[in-house]
Design a protein around this ligand. Structure first.
Ligand code: PXP
Length: 256
């Protein structure tokens, strides 16, 4: 297929805020992490404002909007409160995710097909406000087709099942998940959707996904923040960037 251009890396800084909130103070500062990530070559910053504010706060979002030079991708649930916040700040992108209070992290993709009408009405004002609307979905054809029908411009494919299978050495499952992700990236692209991917990606799992020519952006957080403890945030990000570029080159795609 025609080359689609450089694969972007969005760095998710939620877990810097998780660490800060563990002590209830101001340190470590997620905005400082965002500035460092920018300096290290991140193409965007991703932050999830959860309803329970367990990591990123409203003030963090305000600070990011005021100071970031790269685009902000605001992850949020499809609630009235979050819609109002997004409309007030108008971030470059809004990624709609499912959210359950009891979960440790975003566990699955959004059930778009089940809530098509509501979601179509929910995202319309966000689009009109100039936000690129992304829907976080499992690699599942009915969900992708529904995301297209409701007028989303982007889908983000949930890579969690692939990464879990890799971590647990369930290699046949891992390869099946990867095949499904590849097929659904192609399906979404054929529908005219921009394709992103993320969740659970590490140095060990990023390359096969980075090699899909349709994928334009990867959003990676938890692993990078963990790795930063050992090698520093800039170095951790630069290594991820290097692996992504290498996978792209090997797949015959341009890196610039
Ligand atoms: N993309 C989406 C939509 C997410 O919800 C998350 C987790 O907040 C990520 C990407 C990043 O996942 P991880 O922190 O596991 O790299």
């Amino acid at each position: 297929m025609t080359p689609l251009g450089k694969l972007r890396l969005g760095v998710n800084i939620d877990h810097v805020a998780t660490l800060r909130n563990a002590r209830g103070g101001a340190y470590p500062d997620p905005l400082r992490a965002a500035r460092l990530a920018q300096a290290a070559g991140a193409d965007g910053i991703t932050a999830h404002l959860r309803e329970d504010r367990r990591h990123i706060s409203d003030a963090d979002i305000e600070g990011l909007i005021e100071t970031l030079e790269v685009p902000l991708n605001l992850e949020m649930a499809a609630t009235d409160e979050m819609q109002a916040i997004a409309l007030r700040h108008r971030p470059h992108a809004v990624c709609i995710v499912p959210e359950k209070r009891e979960e440790r992290t975003t566990e699955g993709g959004l059930e778009v097909a089940r809530e098509e009408n509501r979601l179509a009405h929910f995202i319309a004002p966000l689009r009109e406000a100039g936000c690129r609307v992304s829907i976080f979905v499992a690699a599942d054809r009915p969900q992708i087709d529904a995301a297209h029908r409701i007028g989303a411009q982007v889908i983000e494919l949930h890579t969690g099942a692939y990464c879990d299978a890799h971590a647990e050495a369930r290699l046949a499952d891992r390869d099946a998940e990867l095949d499904q992700l590849r097929e659904m990236a192609g399906r979404a692209h054929a529908l005219g959707l921009e394709v992103h991917a993320g969740h659970g990606l590490t140095y060990d799992t990023v390359q096969p996904v980075a090699a899909f020519p349709e994928v334009m952006e990867l959003n990676i957080g938890h692993f990078l923040i963990g790795e930063a403890v050992f090698r520093g945030l800039e170095d951790a990000i630069q290594e991820m960037r290097r692996l992504m570029d290498a996978a792209r080159v090997q797949a015959g795609e341009p890196v610039q």
